[in-house]
Design a protein around this ligand. Structure first.
Ligand SMILES: NC(=O)c1ccc[n+]([C@@H]2O[C@H](COP(=O)([O-])OP(=O)(O)OC[C@H]3O[C@@H](n4cnc5c(N)ncnc54)[C@H](OP(=O)(O)O)[C@@H]3O)[C@@H](O)[C@H]2O)c1
Length: 287
């Protein structure tokens, strides 16, 4: 291994340890009674976040489209210790539901301390087939509804010194095959909320923004897509969910989970050929 590569790897390791060392500590008590809205909470990471918030004694509103499932998740939240548990169904591809859901949470909880934007629309894991309408639709669900809800909740978050938590993906930082529409929506999220972070800081706003970059997580919907297609390791949804919550509660800008997603993000611009080779060879694809 050349001296330059060794120095680069050593610098990344030192930088990584320094960043981890400086992380503020998490006080679970800070979430007792916190007023939280979690989107996409009928399954996967959102559902796990709802259960964690419940164990911390938060007041929770959850949303997604399937009312029956939301009801079951809410009942479990109450049994786990949530101070309040409410649900409202909503379809984030519509014009009106993003506002309707935020208004419901504001009214029922008397304001918000955390808005956790996590939902995603269903999309295929396949090569791009030219379906522009699908990209437009997915942009509505995965991106436009996020900015609509954030804008609606900002005055309340400003008042409560609250937090806006955005669940994004490594695929919003690093282009990959088979996920073009999804990846585009996640790049858009990173661009918008990364820029909003600067504007809020310049306005000396009380609101913190956390942008969570996740690698492959073992939710049913993700595993159904990649099973047999890639050997990239999948990490537990419950641990991803807890890390997202802690990142929001400690008002940190970034989460990279699992940890190596940060390393990949850092080195992708320095060694593009190596990363591109790795990406193209990590999927079983026969033309
Ligand atoms: N799993 C991974 O490998 C992975 C990796 C990186 C990032 N992430 C990110 O983590 C977050 C959660 O992913 P996940 O794997 O947990 O997803 P998931 O299990 O598929 O859950 C998606 C949630 O969104 C809801 N939803 C779907 N369409 C909707 C619509 N039109 N309007 C409102 N809600 C809708 C679903 O409920 P209903 O069907 O009831 O509406 C469900 O609650 C996403 O932001 C995703 O991009 C996941």
């Amino acid at each position: 291994m050349g001296a330059f590569v060794k120095i680069v790897i050593a610098s990344i390791c030192v930088g990584y340890v320094a960043v981890k060392w400086n992380r503020p500590s998490f006080d679970p008590e800070s979430l007792r009674g916190a007023r939280v809205l979690v989107t996409g909470a009928s399954s996967g990471i959102g559902e796990q976040m709802a259960y964690h918030y419940a164990r911390f004694g938060a007041q929770i509103v959850i949303t997604a489209r399937r009312e029956k499932v939301l009801q079951q998740v809410t009942e479990k939240c109450l049994s786990l210790g949530a101070q309040k548990g409410l649900f409202i169904s909503g379809d984030m591809s519509t014009e009106s539901d993003p506002d309707k859901v935020v208004d419901f949470a504001l009214e029922k909880l008397g304001g918000l301390d955390y808005l956790v934007l996590n939902h995603i629309g269903v999309t295929r894991f396949a090569m791009w087939d030219g379906d522009v309408d699908h990209v437009k639709w997915l942009m509505k669900v995965n991106f436009l509804s996020y900015i609509q809800m954030a804008w609606r909740a900002l005055p309340s978050l400003e008042q409560s010194k609250g937090s806006l938590v955005v669940v994004s993906s490594l695929l919003g930082k690093m282009p990959n095959p088979f996920t073009l529409p999804y990846s585009s929506t996640k790049f858009a999220l990173n661009g918008f909320f990364g820029s909003l972070y600067h504007e809020l800081a310049m306005k000396k706003s009380n609101v913190s923004i956390s942008i969570c970059t996740l690698g492959l997580i073992d939710t049913d919907s993700a595993m159904d897509k990649v099973r047999g297609v890639t050997n990239i390791p999948a990490y537990p949804a419950t641990e991803a969910a807890l890390n997202i919550i802690i990142t929001g509660a400690t008002r940190q800008l970034d989460l990279y989970y699992p940890w190596f997603t940060q390393v990949v993000t850092l080195i992708k611009d320095w060694f593009p050929s190596m990363i591109n080779y790795f990406i193209q060879n990590s999927y079983n694809y026969i033309p």
